[in-house]
Design a protein around this ligand. Structure first.
Ligand SMILES: [Zn+2]
Length: 325
């Protein structure tokens, strides 16, 4: 077969065999992209996504808004460092942005922000609860085919792992960007092992893979690292090297590359990190059981900070600039 990312003729390596018929997990020996093959058919994917967005009663979540606002400050800081002028007319395109919390946070910072989202329930939420005015209710390909504008910033957060052809999507994004415009792209880190280390998360992931694939054990996952391919949800698992390569091949030059851990204050703020203050407090209250638990959790945190440093944590983010050519 031809690798969908590096385009070499390959003989992919089977990592995990599915026992639920959503596809096995393979890895390209050339670029190490990890992917579902065969891919789930259109009906399976439609069923999965329609089921996911059927909750019409979803209400505004103040915590989610605060997380998005905090993350946005981090993104803007890096954009400033990359000499992007953040004026009112600068366009911020939130592609596949779901409920629109990040679109809202960008608008609060005076960017001309636009949400592109195909799911009608999310769009309804964004209009009603976030009062977003600039919404394009289209799927990515419909949008690429109908769009005739170019944008300054494209924000593509945790979407690429869901699509069935990342190459054509990045190609579409590259054509949307103005020369020198910036793509901010985030996804799970396929090289990471933090998911297996983090207390409270590790069991979830071992069980998740055990449920759908043959011969899964902690050690097996540690060696094979299928993360976070999980059909029909995630069809591709990228790591820094192959995502950078894909971007470069489509005229997007990585300017800033970030590995981040679960609970990173900018990139993954919805998971709390333990701190020394809590440990001292519980110790002074002679709550020794809690104190001991917090110490273990803190040690776990230190190990994960180290994994982040050496590129084995759970998430990656790239800020890539569109070159003239
Ligand atoms: Zn490849």
């Amino acid at each position: 077969m031809i690798c969908k990312i590096c385009k070499y003729e390959i003989n992919p390596r089977l990592l995990l065999k599915s026992n639920v018929n959503f596809g096995d997990i393979h890895r390209c020996p050339k670029c190490k992209i990890t992917f579902t093959y065969p891919q789930p058919d259109a009906n399976t994917l439609n069923d999965y996504y329609n089921g996911m967005y059927s909750d019409l009663t979803i209400s505004f979540d103040d915590k989610k808004m605060k997380w998005a606002q905090r993350s946005m400050q981090g993104y803007l800081k890096v954009l400033k460092k990359l000499n992007v002028e953040l004026k009112q007319e600068v366009t911020f395109l939130d592609l596949g942005g779901g409920l629109g919390y990040y679109t809202k946070a960008a608008a609060e910072n005076n960017l001309h922000s636009i949400l592109v989202e195909k799911d009608p329930v999310s769009v309804q939420f964004a209009k009603k609860h976030l009062k977003l005015e600039n919404i394009i209710e289209k799927d990515l390909y419909e949008f690429f085919n109908s769009n005739d504008k170019q944008y300054d910033i494209v924000f593509f957060r945790h979407v690429i792992e869901h699509v069935n052809d990342p190459y054509s999507i990045i190609q579409g994004i590259s054509s949307l960007l103005k020369t020198n415009g910036i793509l901010i792209i985030e996804t799970d880190n396929n090289a990471g092992i933090e998911l297996l280390i983090k207390d409270g998360v590790n069991k979830f992931y071992v069980d998740l893979y055990k449920k759908s694939f043959d011969n899964v054990s902690f050690i097996n996952l540690l060696i094979k690292r299928p993360f976070a391919v999980d059909p029909p949800r995630h069809l591709f698992g990228f790591r820094m090297k192959n995502l950078s390569m894909l971007l470069k091949s489509l005229n997007l030059y990585p300017k800033e590359k970030i590995h981040y851990r679960l609970g990173h204050p900018i990139y993954w703020p919805n998971i709390p990190s333990p701190n020394i203050k809590q440990i001292i407090k519980s110790f002074l209250k002679l709550n020794l059981r809690t104190c001991f638990k917090l110490i273990l959790s803190y040690m776990n945190f230190i190990i994960r900070k180290f994994l982040e440093l050496i590129g084995l944590s759970s998430g990656i983010c790239i800020y890539a600039q569109k070159l003239s050519k």
